[in-house]
Design a binder for this molecule. Structure first.
Ligand code: Q9C
Ligand code: ZN
Length: 363
C-alpha cells in the first residue's frame, strides 16, 4: 500500500478542556509518529510528497475554497498572529473561542464579528479546535496529503488502487466555515474536489468509520446527489447534535446520506451488521470512487470511544470493505484514534485486511 506522510503534520499542538482543566489535546503529533514507526517496519510503501511550490499551494487553497468559505480559511491563516499582536496570547499559546454563534430567535443572521477575539467562536463550533502558530501549516500539509493521494490514483503508471493519507489534523468534523472536533479543513471534501477535476460526474462514496459522526462531511454533501455519505458511529456521542438515522439528505440529495448509529458498548458483531448495511448502500449507489474516513477511536480502549473492537477486528473490517467494493479506487484518510500504543498495530491490521492477506476464509 502507498502511504503518504508529511512531517509538517506534526507541528500543530494545541490544548483542550477536559472537564474544567486545560490539557494538551488528545489529538497529538505522537499519534502520527506511532503509525509512521509501524509502517516503516512493514512492507508498505511510505512516501513523503515533494514540498509544494507556491503555485501548488494556490491550487490547493482554490480547491479547498470549493468547500470552505475564503474568509474562514483566511481566519485559520491569520487569527493567531492577530491575537498575538493584540496581546491576547503569547506566540506559543493557543487561541480558544469564547462565544459561539447562538440563536436570537432568528431576528437576524449572525454576522462575522469585528472583534478578533470574538471571531474565534464565529469560526468554530467547539473548544477542541484551538489555533496555534503552526496550525495552518499543519492543516495545509494534511490537506495536501489528501490531494496527493487522489493524484496518485489518477496516474496510470502508478498502478495503485488504494492510497492511505496519514492526515493530521483530521477533517470530518469541520464544515464550510466552522472548525471543531480537532478538524480545520475537511480532507474528504477536498479529495472529492480533486477526483472531480478528473471525473466530473463521478458517483463518489464516503464511508466514515471513525467512532464519531462526521457532521462536517455530512453537512457539506447533504444536498449533493452524487456523493453518498455513510457513517457508522456512537449514538448520542460527540458531536451530539447530528448523526441520527433520520438524517437522509435534502433536496436532490435525499437518499444520499446514511447514518448508522450504534449504542455505546456495541460489540464487534453488532458493528459488522451495520458495516454490511453501509456497504450495501455504497454498492446500490453505484460508487465508482471510495473515500474511507478511518478512525481508530472505535478501539475498545479508546478514551473517546465505547465500542468493543480489538486489533484483529480491523483486519476483518478492512477485508469486508475491500471484498464488497472490489476494484474500486480508494483513498483512505486518517481521522481519529487516541490510544497511542495501539495505533501502529491497528493500522497494520487494517492494511493487512485491505490487501486481503488471508484474514477471512473466502466464501
Ligand atoms: N475536550 C475526532 O475523533 N471532544 N474528533 C474531546 C475533550 C472532541 C473527536 C473531549 C472529540 C473530537 C476526529
Ligand atoms: Zn473520532
Amino acid at each position: 500500500m502507498i502511504v503518504l506522510h508529511d512531517p509538517d503534520t506534526l507541528l500543530h499542538e494545541t490544548v483542550e478542556l477536559l472537564g474544567a482543566k486545560v490539557r494538551p489535546a488528545l489529538e497529538s503529533p505522537i499519534r502520527i509518529q506511532a503509525i509512521v514507526q509501524a509502517i516503516q517496519k512493514s512492507h508498505h510503501d511510505l512516501r513523503q510528497p515533494a514540498t509544494p511550490s507556491d503555485g501548488d499551494i494556490r491550487r490547493l487553497i482554490d480547491l479547498v475554497c470549493l468547500t470552505h468559505k475564503p474568509d474562514y480559511i483566511e481566519h485559520l491563516q491569520t487569527a493567531h498572529k492577530e491575537w498575538v499582536s493584540a496581546g491576547l496570547i503569547e506566540s506559543d499559546e493557543s487561541i480558544l473561542p469564547e462565544c459561539f454563534v447562538f440563536t436570537n430567535g432568528a431576528r437576524s443572521v449572525p454576522q462575522r464579528p469585528l472583534d478578533i477575539y470574538a471571531r474565534a467562536g464565529y469560526y468554530a463550533f467547539d473548544m477542541s479546535s484551538g489555533i496555534t502558530n503552526k496550525t495552518f501549516q499543519s492543516t495545509v500539509a494534511s490537506a495536501n496529503l489528501s490531494l496527493q493521494a487522489v493524484e496518485i490514483l489518477t496516474q496510470p503508471d502508478e498502478n495503485a488502487d488504494t492510497v492511505l493519507a496519514l492526515c493530521r489534523p483530521p477533517g470530518h468534523h469541520c464544515d464550510g466555515q466552522r472548525a471543531g472536533g480537532y478538524c480545520y479543513i475537511n480532507n474528504a471534501a477536498l479529495a472529492v474536489s480533486v477526483w472531480r477535476e478528473h471525473h466530473a460526474d463521478a458517483r463518489i462514496g464516503i464511508l466514515d468509520i471513525d467512532f464519531h459522526h462526521g457532521n462536517g462531511t455530512q453537512e457539506i454533501f447533504y444536498d449533493d446527489p452524487r456523493v453518498l455519505y455513510v457513517s457508522i458511529h456512537g449514538e448520542h456521542e460527540f458531536p451530539y447534535y447530528t448523526g441520527a438515522a433520520e438524517e437522509q439528505g435534502a433536496g436532490h440529495g435525499v437518499g444520499a446520506n446514511i447514518n448508522l448509529p450504534l449504542k455505546p458498548g456495541s460489540s464487534f458483531q453488532e458493528y459488522l451488521e451495520q458495516l454490511e448495511k453501509a456497504l450495501d448502500g455504497l454498492k446500490k449507489f453505484g460508487t465508482c470512487f471510495l473515500l474511507v474516513s478511518l478512525g481508530f477511536d472505535t478501539f475498545h480502549l479508546d478514551p473517546l470511544g465505547s465500542f468493543q473492537i480489538e486489533t484483529e477486528s480491523y483486519s476483518v473490517i478492512a477485508q469486508t470493505i475491500r471484498r464488497s467494493l472490489a476494484h474500486i479506487p480508494a483513498v483512505i484518510l486518517f481521522e481519529g484514534g487516541y490510544v497511542i500504543e495501539h495505533l501502529g498495530s491497528n493500522m497494520l491490521a487494517f492494511l493487512e485486511g485491505w490487501e486481503c492477506r488471508s484474514v477471512l476464509p473466502r466464501s
